[in-house]
Write a protein that binds this ligand. Structure first.
Ligand code: BTN
Length: 282
């Protein structure tokens, strides 16, 4: 297997006070960002599998990146469409996070920042628990897995897939509403350049987590589309419920109402119902 080690030396500098669109909601502190090392693979079955099997020998903040995956893993045992050279397939080794929910938050905010920098006119948002959408089409999925020894969690592997250059024909073959940057803009993108930009954003949000998990959670909650909306939630056994979403708890649970009765959920597939207010990220 061919691979080489590279690293992102480029930095945003530090988060600045009042840096809102691509920064923290209200920040009055300055942070150093960790350095992300990018480990580039040509083809692997799954970057998550690779990072998990090599967790002990990989440094914290290693970003395992592949040009293609032969068995890309999705949530709930699904496959992630991973043709060569088209998209971003990466897994970040996070040894300072034990809660996969917070690894998901770091990842989804980083993906949003990278996408918005590239295509500011599009409306990107986070759909609970771990998808990034453009309008009603999924453009990115995140699968966080714990690395464990016995009963203790050693860290988290955050697997991130972002559709970059998929054509309409390939998108139509996915079987659910999906998008890529190229689908949205008609432009072809340099996947390696965007991977480095994503690495920079991951470094930034990892640093925010280490400095203030509360600030990170607040920003993530603000970028979720489902609070105050009617959704249907399909649980892993296929049960579908219609819910009104009041809030998201710091544990990541949905705080909801079903026919006026309060309830909470921690997993499932969300569909935003059409009678919900239209999306706007302004
Ligand atoms: C989802 O079902 O939405 C999660 C998809 C996660 C896909 C990414 S691609 C890189 C990493 N390696 C994997 O095998 N899966 C994740």
């Amino acid at each position: 297997m061919h691979w080489r080690r590279a690293s992102t030396n480029k930095s945003f500098g530090t988060a600045k006070r009042g840096d809102r669109k691509h920064g923290l909601p209200v920040t009055s502190f300055f942070m150093n960002f960790p350095e992300i090392h990018i480990l580039e693979l040509e083809t692997t079955d799954s970057t998550n599998r690779y990072a998990k099997d090599n967790f002990d020998v990989l440094d914290d903040c290693t970003l395992v990146s592949a040009e293609a995956q032969t068995a890309g893993r999705g949530r709930l045992g699904r496959r992630w469409f991973s043709p060569p050279g088209m998209n971003i397939y990466v897994s970040l080794v996070m040894k300072q996070i034990a809660n996969p929910f917070y690894a998901t938050i770091v990842s989804s905010l980083a993906v949003l920042e990278m996408l918005e920098r590239e295509l500011p006119r599009a409306s990107f948002y986070i759909k609970w628990p771990n998808d990034v959408y453009a309008d009603h089409r999924k453009i990115s999925g995140i699968l966080c897995e714990c690395s464990t020894t016995g009963a203790s969690i050693e860290g988290v592997i955050a697997g991130i897939g972002v559709n970059i250059n998929l054509e309409k024909k390939e998108i139509d073959s996915i079987g659910q509403p999906a998008a890529s940057l190229k689908y949205l803009s008609g432009v072809h993108y340099d996947v390696k350049k965007l991977t480095r930009e994503l690495a920079d954003s991951l470094a930034k949000y990892y640093a925010v987590y280490l400095h203030s998990p509360e600030a990170l959670f607040a920003e993530w909650k603000e970028r979720n589309y489902i609070i105050g909306r009617n959704i249907s939630l399909s649980d892993p056994t296929g049960n579908v419920r219609n819910l009104f979403i009041r809030d998201i708890a710091e544990s990541g649970e949905l705080i909801a109402e079903e026919n006026g009765v309060p309830c909470r959920f921690n997993c499932g597939d969300v569909t935003i119902l059409k009678e919900s207010p239209p999306f706007s990220n302004t």
